[in-house]
Write a protein that binds this ligand. Structure first.
Ligand SMILES: *Cc1c(COP(=O)(O)O)cnc(C)c1O
Length: 382
């Protein structure tokens, strides 16, 4: 039997063990310790943003970003429907409502034309998600935001290391949220970071993540805050990961080039459009969309890949069809089309070219087999 190929796996190839050992040897294992400040400073520097606030995960980073902007009950926040549910949930945590925006069929990111159509008088912010590592159309998003007085949050959970217009994602809006979950470009196991150029906003967010405590007066809580603190062990992992990010991004680029070589031009597959001149994507999870009218096909292909010991992931269900959000009746047909047909393939540092070839061979075989099964079923009048 061929080896099982997971869809994702962390690469822990640098100082991870040494730094975690330092935490244990020094007993600084909780949310105070030197790695926290070091990771925040190094990550801020890497993203060319002045202020970084670490936190427990990416979902919390989004929550803190929105709270920091003062988003609350009665407000609306524009969110692409095709995203991980955390983007929408963070809006709800604030007591606000997400307004779902449709996708661009070629980049899979938020469609700026639909963004413009969906703005309401209650909208106070937009969350630009850089989906699957591809930068969202920030010039257009910032233009719409400027016209309507919207604050701009970047959800960079999937785009660590991506650039837009020569600037790192995370440095383009008012505030940005990052995730260091185990399958992201760099990981702390679980972890998150909020970045902003606005010193006052950074301070507000730092206070909120530390239970709301006053910076000068211990146990004095002028506001209701949260315990959203990262541990020194998480930060130790994150710092070690960040030291190697150049290697990790290069390895992911190479994997993307292997996939493109194997699959580009196949009539049954839609690859993400090539980066525009302003864009520099990172390959988070290499993904394709099956060009088919039959929305059952993708799941059948995944079952066949799994039988060949290859793991894959479907695209996210668009948030506007999930039970907590379906009531609003949002209209996002492209997001629905993509969500039903998109597929992410194994993408992790250490994945070998032969393995990518095996994945692609099995994918094309599965496509042929399902197409045959479909036409046979139709011929049989099913
Ligand atoms: C992973 C992810 C998040 C949430 O990050 P966690 O660290 O898992 O909480 C948010 N948004 C997007 C787009 C993500 O992919």
């Amino acid at each position: 039997m061929a080896d099982f190929i997971p869809v994702s796996a962390p690469a822990l190839l640098g100082n991870e063990r040494r730094y975690v050992d330092e935490c244990i040897d020094s007993t600084w294992i909780s949310s105070i310790g030197s790695f926290i400040g070091r990771f925040e400073r190094e990550f801020a520097g890497y993203c060319e943003v002045e202020h970084a606030v670490s936190c427990v995960n990416g979902t919390v980073a989004l929550h803190l970003a929105l709270l920091g902007l003062g988003i609350g009950p009665g407000d609306e926040v524009l969110v692409p429907s095709l995203t991980y549910v955390a983007t929408a949930n963070a809006v709800r945590y604030c007591g606000a409502e997400p307004v779902f925006v449709d996708s661009d069929p070629s980049t899979w990111n938020l469609d700026p034309a639909d963004l413009r159509r969906k703005v309401t008088p209650r909208c106070r912010a937009v969350i630009a998600v850089h989906l699957y590592g591809r930068p969202a159309a920030m010039d257009e998003i910032l233009a719409v935001a400027g016209e309507h007085g919207l604050r701009v949050v970047e959800d960079c959970a999937e785009s660590i290391g991506a650039f837009y217009g020569g600037r790192p994602t995370g440095s383009l809006g008012d505030v940005a949220a990052f995730s260091f979950f185990g399958n992201k470009v760099i990981t702390c196991g679980e972890g998150g970071m909020v970045l902003t150029r606005d010193a006052a906003l950074g301070r507000t967010i730092r206070q909120l993540k530390g239970q709301g405590q006053d910076f000068e007066r211990r146990y004095w809580f002028p506001v209701v805050g949260y315990n959203y603190r990262m541990t020194n062990i998480q930060a130790a992992l994150g710092l070690a990961q960040l030291e190697r990010i150049g290697d990790y991004l290069a390895a992911r680029d190479e994997i993307a080039s292997w996939y493109r070589e194997e699959l580009a031009g196949h009539p049954g597959l839609r690859l993400a459009a090539a980066d525009g001149p302003a864009e520099r994507s990172v390959c988070w999870l290499w993904s394709v969309v099956l060009e088919t009218a039959d929305p059952e096909l993708r799941d059948e292909v995944m079952v066949r890949l799994r039988a060949a010991e290859i793991d894959s992931r479907p695209f996210f269900y668009p948030c506007h069809i999930l039970p907590p959000y379906a009531g609003a009746g949002a209209v996002c047909p492209e997001a629905e089309w993509l969500g039903a047909r998109g597929l992410s393939l194994p993408t992790w540092v250490g994945l070998r070219r032969e393995q990518v070839q095996r994945v692609c061979g099995e994918l094309l075989r599965a496509l042929d087999a399902t197409a045959c099964a479909g036409s046979a079923a139709r011929a049989a009048g099913e």
